[in-house]
Design a binder for this molecule. Sequence first.
Ligand code: GDD
Ligand code: MN
Length: 393
Amino acid sequence: MSEDLWTRALGDPAVESAEVPAPGSVTLIIPTFNESGNVRELLRRLGESLPAHLAVEVLFVDDSTDDTPEVIEKAARDCAFPVDVLHREQAVGGLGGAVVEGVKRAAGDWIVVMDADLQHPPHLVPELVGEGERTGAQLVVASRYISGGSRAGLAGNYRIAVSRGATWLTKGLFPRALRGISDPMSGFFAMRRQVVTAEVLTPLGYKILLELAVRCRPAKVAEVPFVFQERFAGESKSTAKEGLRFLAHLASLRTATRLSRMAGFGLIGLSGFVPNLFALWLLTGAGVHYLPAEIVANQAGVLWNFVLIETLLFRDRRRHRHWADRIGRFALLANADLLLRIPLIALFVTRFGLSVLPATALALVTTFMVRFAATEALVYLPRTGAKHRRAAR
Ligand code: GDD
Ligand code: MN
């Protein structure tokens, strides 16, 4: 992954090389996607708001197709604090992926994440860190939903309703991990570097705070109210596709434990009967003999299951194998399951004296468990070697 990254150190090289962070030092991570109209004003306002005693380095993680990196580079010359740009050739993981790349490079004791479009007031950066130091919190969230905060800048009733609905849904799904966080959708927060284990993060799109809160489980959380401002320039990069990504993100966070993944696996398997029977109906209707029709129709169910399992259950474990390899292995296991069931039923009936129905049920459960374990191990087993290499930088 690091091949398609290039880093440019900007500003004073002498300041750049001072890598031992002072206590309370801050790495401010700002993801940018075509924000050339905002970055100069953002840096100017940061310069106004950052107190001299706070050691801050700014790290832009940029996926722009416009001249945002060049504009940052020029504006950085007027800054009293170090400014870096990490430009990515491929926007892996979108906004969330960009923040994780930034986290991996962050040297500060605190990481602060904020948007580049000035919807997040820069003067709150020292306040977020200060609140964390005062209260001993590991995570400080800038919230629109506590007294003193507001979402004034969220354009339109539609966006407000969607944001509210998403917040409720998310809080309902993660009551424990999100206790004390009134605004899990916020993109503005401070977190202690040592709490963030970048290796366990597999963010997807916009909701990086949710990812961090659920996977890193900060023990103590504080909040600071803020007024969500209007965008300074340009337009929101969020799209309807981002909404779908959000739902997939929720599903993959919720099914992170083995038991819930197994339940998901079972439910998806059950849903596979629908395309299976449908294909059988089509084929026999077209005059195909029922035996070959059964075999082909089973593949329709297998394909359906594969697509759902890939996108909902193992989304974060797909990288290490080519999709053709994965689907081949998956189909092999699914069909082996079918073949295995018959001798197993025979075994239960003849050797253990079960009658046909309980024998079939037992065989179904057994092959299900075996298939789940085998799918996990043979199709989606993370290769630890690759993981270490990724985490190394
Ligand atoms: N590097 C990178 N890559 N940055 C991105 C990408 C990407 O793919 N997509 C968006 N960004 C950057 C934008 O340039 C901006 O600095 C920031 O991420 C937020 O993007 P916006 O497009 O302005 O998002 P928004 O205003 O709709 O949503 C913000 O507010 C929401 C709360 O309603 C974000 O902070 C959300 O995380 C937050 O939930
Ligand atoms: Mn915005």
